[in-house]
Design a protein around this ligand. Structure first.
Ligand code: SF4
Length: 318
């Protein structure tokens, strides 16, 4: 129908609450207490039955006991998942969901809805519902999802800071997708509101492998900072700070240190691109592409929470 453009796609996520009470969010301690309580109460019911009927007690299990057994199974399943996935809390009603922080600061049992939207007519070209609260791992699956749906990759991909990672920038470079994704500190840098001298005021010299600080001193490569599961950082330390008249604006430490990730050139290139007039205009398109889609769903159609549609057994029983 000619509703798709030339592959300029915006990606974003939104947290959607599920049909379950916040009171059903439990940590390991609360789950254990409830399991113990149900087992104790079940034993008491059992003993009372034996006392009342002896060996000839009714064959049917009392309804109260059936309800407790069902609840016990749910809690035990939730506890198993909490332990397996190393979670702090889990919702007993729907243990597939995760406790997520929403924009208003509240935490609710939720899913993270992902949509990729084409810029021409705001058509959703890929959608998914994930249990990972963080958006950063959704770039690769979304590109695959778009490919499966459309048979081509985005030519341009726009997304907010939640999708920034070096892994994602490397992936998008490899896939030859022109990405526009700011990092966490980009806006702080742009507003120039940081209390101390921002890192961007320190100029990196790749050839000499050093930084130049705002006072013009050389900061040589001094040491490596090891990180588990991440590339090591190189640290560049200034040895002239104690005599510097700018120190009050630069650092509280004895010496200013700048750390550098080996992939930091990707961040610098991205910032450079986002600062150009063309980059600003392209990135601006994200707001008028994907955000209205969420506005339409959540604000206009009132879809703010999943509803529980009766399971097939319950529908058959009606
Ligand atoms: S405090 Fe140190 S790093 Fe900062 S501007 Fe002065 S000399 Fe340079």
């Amino acid at each position: 129908m000619g509703m798709l453009g030339a592959g300029k796609i915006s990606l974003d996520g939104t947290k959607i609450k599920l049909n379950a009470s916040v009171n059903q969010n439990k940590d390991a301690d609360a789950l254990k207490k409830e399991i113990d309580r149900i087992l104790k109460e079940s034993n008491e019911i059992d003993e009372a039955e034996i006392e009342m009927y002896g060996e000839s007690r009714p064959h049917q299990i009392p309804k109260e006991l059936v309800d407790k057994t069902k609840r016990l199974e749910k809690i035990q399943a939730a506890k198993k998942k909490l332990e397996e996935e190393n979670l702090i809390k889990i919702n007993v009603t729907d243990n597939d969901a995760r406790i997520m922080k929403h924009k208003d600061g509240s935490t609710k049992p939720s899913y993270n809805g992902q949509v990729a939207v084409d810029d021409k007519e705001q058509v959703i070209v890929a959608a998914d519902l994930v249990t990972d609260e963080n958006n950063v791992h959704q770039v690769d699956p979304t590109i695959k999802n778009i490919w499966a749906t459309l048979g081509y990759k985005p030519t341009i991909l726009l997304s907010d800071v939640g999708y920034f990672s070096y892994d994602n920038l490397e992936l998008l470079n490899r896939e030859d997708i022109d990405a526009y994704i700011p990092d966490n500190f980009f806006e702080v840098e742009e507003r120039g509101k940081s209390k101390r001298f921002r890192k961007s005021l320190f100029k990196f010299d790749e050839e000499k492998d050093c930084y130049y600080c705002p006072a013009g001193f050389v900061m040589p490569f001094t040491r490596i900072q090891k990180r588990p599961d991440e590339p090591y950082l190189k640290q560049y330390v200034c040895i002239h700070c104690s005599d510097c008249i700018l120190k009050y604006a630069c650092t509280k430490a004895e010496k200013r240190t700048i750390s550098r990730d080996p992939r930091e050139h990707l961040l610098e290139e991205m910032r450079g691109k986002l600062r150009t007039d063309e980059g600003k205009e392209i990135y601006q398109g994200r707001m008028s592409t994907v955000e209205p889609v969420f506005g339409q769903m959540k604000q206009n159609r009132g879809f703010r929470e999943f509803l529980l549609y009766p399971g097939i057994h319950e529908r058959r029983a009606r």
